[in-house]
Ligand binder design. Structure first.
Ligand code: FA5
Length: 346
């Protein structure tokens, strides 16, 4: 009994000088572990009288619980202290000081395609458009059939396609896929844009890439006209270029619009004189568009007798080239930091 009584005092004295979790665990095992004094008392209890056994047993249990309690409390204390200490010593410095820049580290910037994409989204949002997204991996229905391009239609060859081995799935060749999903999910009147990456198995040159970006636009309602389409396109280009740019509209064929147009911009690289970007014609194809074909409205669950609409598919990379005077599209995805760092926005 005497051993038990002095045990708690000794434990408390030692506990006061503990400052580490590991030391605390050692102390615990020293007192109430298998080799500890408490275990000794329990081993020798067999020699005691039944009365002593009861008192000693309950005292030993009580002591074990008290020590466990004290260890638990101390453990919380030590853990909190350790966390506080590590917060003090492992501080993260979020400030970007001149000394960091002196070491050659540079602030990140946005890619020019992202800059233009965000600007255009803002312009269209201000005109009441929603911004939609769509998957890169598509099925035949969304990329072709719903857009009035059945399997046998020669227009499928207009966009060289990366097919998956199952011959049913593909990497979307245009953002027009977003039209189909957008129509199905809403009721007219509505207007939305859908930007994103598109993929074509094409030979690359100064104005063609295999992976590039488009921004689809669609407006559906009653009495939507070519006049509405031209108004939105002109507003867009004036906002992007912050000056009058020369454009021309010529007939263009796309199975999903009727009538269809090609909106070209006077080449800003050569000022219309002819260069490799405009293939020496002085104009760059930028923005095919037209009034949505009735069959496409039907695929989207919309009654073409009651509603009509316009759609367009803007080539974002070529727009970037015109705005910044970039003479080869391949610079855009070269990953060359000397190129990218020219477009810092912050
Ligand atoms: C289309 O992709 C149609 N889906 C656009 C459309 C939408 C028409 C809605 C009517 C209504 P096109 O294949 O012409 O059309 O591509 C559209 C634009 O993407 C082109 O004007 C051009 O700016 C850009 N583009 C096309 N191919 C490439 C390429 N290989 N590299 C870079 N830009 C390209």
């Amino acid at each position: 009994m005497q051993v038990l009584e002095s045990l708690l005092d000794n434990f408390k004295t030692e506990l006061n000088s503990i400052h580490k979790v590991a030391d605390l665990l050692n102390l615990k095992s020293k007192y109430i572990g298998k080799q500890g004094p408490l275990a000794d008392v329990m081993k020798n209890i067999k020699d005691a009288t039944p009365e002593e056994k009861r008192t000693l047993g309950s005292k030993a249990n009580e002591l074990k619980n008290t020590i466990e309690d004290l260890v638990g409390k101390k453990m919380v204390e030590l853990e909190v202290a350790e966390i506080n200490q590590s917060l003090l010593t492992n501080k993260v410095d979020f400030s970007l000081t001149d000394s960091v820049l002196d070491k050659g580290l540079q602030a990140a910037g946005l890619h020019p395609v992202t800059i233009i994409q965000q600007e255009i989204e803002d312009i269209f949002i201000s005109m009441g458009f929603e911004v939609l997204d769509g998957p890169h991996i598509e099925d035949e229905f969304h990329n072709f059939e719903a857009l009035n391009i059945p399997a046998t239609h020669p227009a499928r060859d207009m966009q060289d396609t990366f097919w998956f081995a199952d011959k049913k799935h593909l990497l979307r060749t245009h953002t027009s896929t977003i039209q189909v999903r957008g129509m199905k999910e809403r009721k007219p009147p509505f207007r939305f844009v859908g930007p994103g990456k598109v993929f074509r198995c094409e030979r690359t040159d100064a104005s063609h890439e295999m992976v590039f970006h488009q921004l689809e636009g669609m407006m559906v309602g009653e009495n939507v006209s070519v006049g509405n389409l031209i108004y939105f396109m002109k507003t867009l280009l004036a906002e992007i270029f912050k000056r009058e740019v020369e454009v021309r509209l010529r007939p263009g064929f796309f199975p999903f619009v009727e009538p269809g147009f090609e909106l070209d911009i006077k080449c800003l690289i050569c000022n219309g004189k002819g260069c490799s970007v405009c293939k020496h014609v002085g104009w760059v194809e930028l923005l095919p568009c037209g009034l949505v074909h009735p069959n496409v409205l039907k695929s989207g669950g919309i009654d073409p007798e009651k509603y009509n609409g316009f759609a367009f598919g803007l080539g974002l990379d070529r727009l970037v080239m015109m705005r910044y005077g970039i003479d080869d599209i391949r610079h855009l995805h070269s990953g060359d930091l000397r190129f990218n760092s020219q477009f810092k926005t912050f």
